[in-house]
Design a binder for this molecule. Structure first.
Ligand code: IVH
Length: 752
């Protein structure tokens, strides 16, 4: 099989798995296996730049940052939809359809209105050509590189695809991903996104598609733009085409041909939409037949064949009784609103996040105020704003330092203020956060234990937050490794909070009990012997080391001590430091321009020297193909952690406990790893000389493709001299050194 064929095969295979995973939710291989195929493709592509394809699945991780987005005119305008808010307006809309189409039974469809960012995607001859945002409806931003990172979006279509297919749809961030992203941002002292739509818009606007690739955006198609080489007569036919193309469709869908049916669908959807994994804010009604749509036409703003019924936003006023501070795993203090209980999107809410001090001050939220609360992304209860008219005269402004008397509410250590200035809509915005820096703060310990035990970490049985609190309070375990020294008896005797009885009274404190103790100890034992290194690294809860960074670390290292002493990470850090120095030194640095010609010259020299140093280091680690998850920030955080007393203690105890989690994806140099397969020339080194039937370059590629290496001059390490006409001088040297001399026909025989 040629490299081109193998590359095509791997690309098809990866896209098939993307579809199974992201669209059918029915993966058939493990993540590790997917990663293996992915890396094999990366290796082949690196060896064959001539077979580069922007639509390769490897490009889904993003590419070099852009200077700005190109503007693209839309093939057909991207219109808006007319919004309606009352059932009566729905009735008027449907009656208009009946009148204009001259029939009482107008078949229509009803589907969720997804609250995301509109995008259009153009496939030409079955290949993703480009994609753009709505912009002003006539022209949008070319965000192709960012859209390519969306795994649910096919990069190529089956052979049956029409010559031109323009699909319109919604890019969005699923609720769970949004909640996780905000949680991470909060832990880092970054401002939270207000809702999934803002998070999506902020992400799509990024010029660096590698950063976009790290945010799990999704796409659902809801409309047809232009089409050539096929004819579609109805919504049903369009949906069949989407299905056949592997493009995600908008569901659930209702079909009806009466007003009563439309109203019922709208009500049913209102029940269902809160269980969808993304935000919806309405129901879109569309005429089903495409010829009828053409007959109805459009105004300059919106088509006449569609309307969107908007559901009222789920926000409710309630009393802000007080503000408490919650200590996170990293020690950040998050202000939490204590509210009069209020029913919101299906649950009763009595606490809501206030993010940080800047958030509170910006909205002038005071204790005693009546505030509007909602659930951001259907999940996170949040205070939105103050109902000013209801402000009592004795409302109290909030200052974290004053409120907490300068002390951590959990351990009374002094709290520390940090300010972080970030870009928000082009303006600098300072986020003020407060931190507890005490490494043995009990609340941090609880958060640390809970994180260590959670499903994505070591998945320990029966260790949730409430048990973690009791473990810390009782002193049985204050750090994760303490768990490995627990004995059955004291664990079984651990007293938990009293249970609420049906009578409304509470029982006596309950014991954790023998059975649960046994289960937890068994799951600790199995975690020690069989959870992979990546989960262990993630479980340690090192700032900035999330799941993907942990996986990458376990690909590059064989054990936790290896990570702690990693030369690779040292180099990554060194590059980051030199890069910062280079930016500072650059004579082009606008914040610190050179003051005279001599300085400019000197700085240019220093800058050039730094550039070479950086390039040298980069080529040193290039074979590792390190993902951007392990960059400047992560490598510095790892160093800070392992250099700290806390980190040192962890390593020491880890060794004492004889824990040896193993990497299940160790493959530090993908190129070598892939070559180490059963390729016929693996491990052989060649020198080529003389005139052969094809160029030397051709032979070189062939040798490398089959796992061999080609060097320029003969040494005692050379295995074969491949010789053509007129290669006499090297033949003598080869013979002296004991290198096997082969002709072109010998060589071809070797390959077969
Ligand atoms: S159909 C000609 N269906 O809402 C417009 N749009 O407010 C036909 N949207 O720009 C659009 N969910 O981006 C349609 N199920 C859905 C939708 C939907 C969200 C967006 C769309 C449009 C905006 C208009």
């Amino acid at each position: 099989m040629s490299a081109a064929e193998r590359i095509a095969e791997l690309r098809t295979e990866l896209e098939r798995h993307n579809r199974l995973y992201y669209i059918d939710a029915d993966p058939v291989i493990s993540d590790a296996e997917y990663d293996r195929i992915f890396r094999e493709l990366e290796t082949f592509e690196a060896a064959h730049p001539e077979l580069n394809d922007p639509n390769s699945p490897t490009k889904r991780v993003g590419g070099a940052p852009l200077e700005g987005f190109e503007q693209v005119p839309h093939l057909v305008p991207m219109l808006s939809i007319d919004d309606v808010f009352e059932e009566e307006e729905v009735e008027n809309f449907y009656k208009r359809l009946q009148k204009n189409l001259g029939t009482t039974a107008v078949p229509v469809t009803i589907e969720p209105k997804i609250d995301g960012v509109a995008a259009t995607i153009i496939y030409r001859h079955g290949v993703l050509d480009y994609g753009a945002t709505r912009g002003d409806g006539t022209t949008g931003d070319d965000v192709t590189a960012n859209l390519r990172t969306i795994r649910a979006l096919p990069l190529s279509l089956p052979d049956s695809a029409p010559a031109l297919l323009e699909v319109r749809g919604e890019v969005f961030m699923p609720n769970a991903a949004f909640a996780k992203l905000n949680e991470e941002r909060e832990e880092q002292g970054l401002p939270a996104f207000a809702n999934p739509r803002n998070a999506t818009a902020g992400t799509l606007k990024q010029l660096d598609s590698r950063a976009v690739a790290k945010r799990p955006l999704a796409f659902i198609a809801h409309g047809l733009g232009s089409l050539e080489g096929a004819e579609l007569k109805s919504e049903a036919a369009f949906r069949e085409l989407l299905e056949a193309s592997g493009i995600p469709r908008n569901e659930p869908l209702w079909k009806t041909d009466s007003l009563a049916g439309v109203l019922e669908a709208i009500r049913e959807l209102d029940e269902k939409r809160h269980h969808l994994p993304y935000q919806t804010d309405g129901a879109v009604i569309k005429v089903a037949s495409f010829p009828s749509r053409t007959a109805l036409g459009a105004t300059s703003r919106a088509p006449r064949w569609s309307a969107a019924f908007k559901y009222p936003p789920e926000q409710k006023p309630t009393l802000l009784k007080g503000i408490t501070a919650q200590v996170g795993r990293s020690g950040i203090l998050t202000p939490v609103a204590e509210l009069d209980p209020v029913a919101l999107s299906g649950t009763t809410v009595s606490r809501a996040t206030l993010h940080n001090e800047s958030f509170i001050h910006e909205r002038d939220i005071r204790i005693g105020d009546t505030v509007l609360a909602h659930k951001a992304g259907e999940i996170i209860p949040e205070v939105l704003s103050v109902v000013q008219e209801k402000r009592p005269s004795d409302s109290k402004a909030f200052s974290m330092h004053e409120h907490l008397d300068g002390k951590c509410p959990a351990c009374e250590a002094p709290i520390v203020k940090r300010e972080n200035t970030v870009d928000r809509d082009g303006q600098p915005y300072t986020v003020v956060t407060w931190w507890c820096e005490n490494m043995s703060c009990p609340e941090k310990a609880v958060a640390g234990l809970t994180h260590f035990a959670q499903r994505k970490s070591l998945d320990l049985d029966g260790l949730g937050e409430s048990v973690a609190i009791k473990l810390v309070e009782s002193g049985l375990a204050t750090s994760p490794l303490d768990l490995f020294e627990l004995d059955q008896e004291s664990l079984a005797n651990l007293l938990l909070d009293p249970a609420k009885l049906q009578t409304g009274e509470t029982s006596k404190p309950r014991r954790f009990g023998e059975k649960k103790a046994q289960l937890l100890l068994a799951s600790l034992k199995s975690a020690a012997s069989s959870q992979p290194l990546s989960r262990w690294i993630f479980a340690m809860g090192i700032p900035q080391i999330g799941e993907s960074a942990s996986k990458e670390l376990s690909r590059l290292h064989e054990s936790i001590p290896d990570v702690a002493q990693s030369e690779i990470l040292n180099t990554v850090r060194r590059i980051a430091d030199l890069e910062a120095e280079r930016k500072e030194t650059s004579p082009q640095n606008k914040d610190n321009p050179p003051t005279n010609e001599t300085e400019k010259e000197d700085r240019k020299k220093a800058h050039d020297l730094l550039k070479t140093q950086i390039a040298d280091l980069q080529s040193e680690i290039a074979p590792y193909q390190i993902s951007p998850d392990i960059g400047a920030v992560a490598s510095h955080c790892l160093k800070t952690y392992f250099d700290s007393e806390h980190g040192e203690q962890f390593l020491e105890r880890f060794a004492k406990l004889a824990l040896h989690p193993k990497s299940n994806n160790f493959a530090p140099k993908p190129a070598e790893a892939a070559a180490a397969g059963d390729l016929p020339l693996t491990g052989s080194s060649f020198v080529i000389t003389g005139t052969l039937s094809q160029g030397r370059g051709e032979f070189k590629s062939l040798i490398e493709e089959k796992g061999g290496k080609v060097t320029g001059s003969i040494s005692k390490n050379t295995d074969y001299l491949l010789i053509g006409e007129g290669g006499g001088s090297k033949r003598d040297k080869a013979i002296t050194l004991g290198v096997t001399v082969i002709s072109e026909s010998d060589f071809l025989e070797m390959l077969s």
